[in-house]
Design a protein around this ligand. Structure first.
Ligand SMILES: [Zn+2]
Length: 272
């Protein structure tokens, strides 16, 4: 066989492939490092145990922002990272009724939010922390949650919606779960975000492995009220009656465990 004649199309194919795929697999690996700890952590988002849920992410970014060299890596990695992690996030809830097209919109200013299948991220946040892919995982989790936008805020359960999104971010995706923002003596279970996420991790590990899935199902069905967390604990048929705890007792036990593990870190934290 003439090696020269076969090598030419191979080289052409290689060049075309590289030109069409600006995200090198090493970059994705950097944004998705291997995890080796904790039962909730996802060490491989492409694990075949997660039912495959297809996603296509369209990035919307202004020409001016697109031209910024600081945004080049973020813009190349983030859409593919979302697509890679979508199945794993859906699996956290046992959810398959989700959008398969998501718009990732970069806008002026700061802050991020998700509404239906549109994720909006402020460009200043990206410029300030260009490797904070966890913030996007949080917003992508809101897409999977799929709760009616604005409805939950009126029901007094916004803390829980945000806590669940941060639970997926910090306990499935991030590599450093101690990042939870706990202030013993000050933190409440309903503080939302990292504090609630940290408490949910405890409930899932120690009390009921399906608790977040159950919360999600209840939120999806729109039957939630501010007391539902307590009601679910009190009637949790997956936990023997003799082992059932109130939310206050669970939170106290959670804080005791957390202080045991992270007391030195907490002592070093500045007060709120
Ligand atoms: Zn959020």
């Amino acid at each position: 066989m003439d090696m020269k004649r076969t090598a030419v199309p191979f080289i052409v194919l290689l060049v075309v492939t590289v030109a069409c795929c600006p995200v090198a697999s090493a970059d994705i690996a950097f944004a998705t490092p291997a995890r080796t700890f904790g039962p909730g952590h996802v060490s491989n988002p492409a694990d075949p145990r997660f039912p495959r849920v297809l996603l296509h992410v369209s990035l919307e970014i202004s020409d001016a922002d697109k031209a910024r060299p600081e945004l080049r890596t973020w813009s190349a990695i983030t859409p593919r990272l979302c697509e890679l992690w979508y199945s794993a996030i859906c699996a956290q809830f046992g959810e398959s009724d989700v959008p398969h097209e998501v718009v990732l919109r970069v806008v002026a200013g700061t802050g991020g939010h998700a509404e239906d299948n549109v994720i909006t991220i402020g460009v200043q946040d990206i410029l300030q922390n260009p490797t904070d892919y966890g913030a996007v995982i949080h917003e992508l989790t809101h897409v999977v949650q799929g709760y009616r936008y604005g409805w939950f805020r009126n029901k007094g359960i916004g803390w829980l919606v945000e806590g669940i999104a941060d639970y997926v971010r910090f306990y499935a995706y991030e590599t450093d779960p101690k990042f939870g923002d706990i202030r013993p003596g000050k933190s409440q279970y309903c503080d939302g975000y990292r504090t609630t996420a940290c408490f949910l991790d405890y409930v899932v590990r120690v009390y009921d492995g399906n608790f977040v899935k159950k919360l999600h199902r209840t939120l999806r069905e729109g039957t939630m009220n501010p007391d539902v967390f307590d009601e679910m604990l009190a009637t949790d048929t997956d936990v023997p009656v003799s082992r059932r705890e109130t939310r206050a007792d669970l939170f106290a036990h959670f804080l005791a465990e957390w202080q045991n593990k992270h007391g030195a870190i907490a002592a070093a934290m500045p007060p709120n």
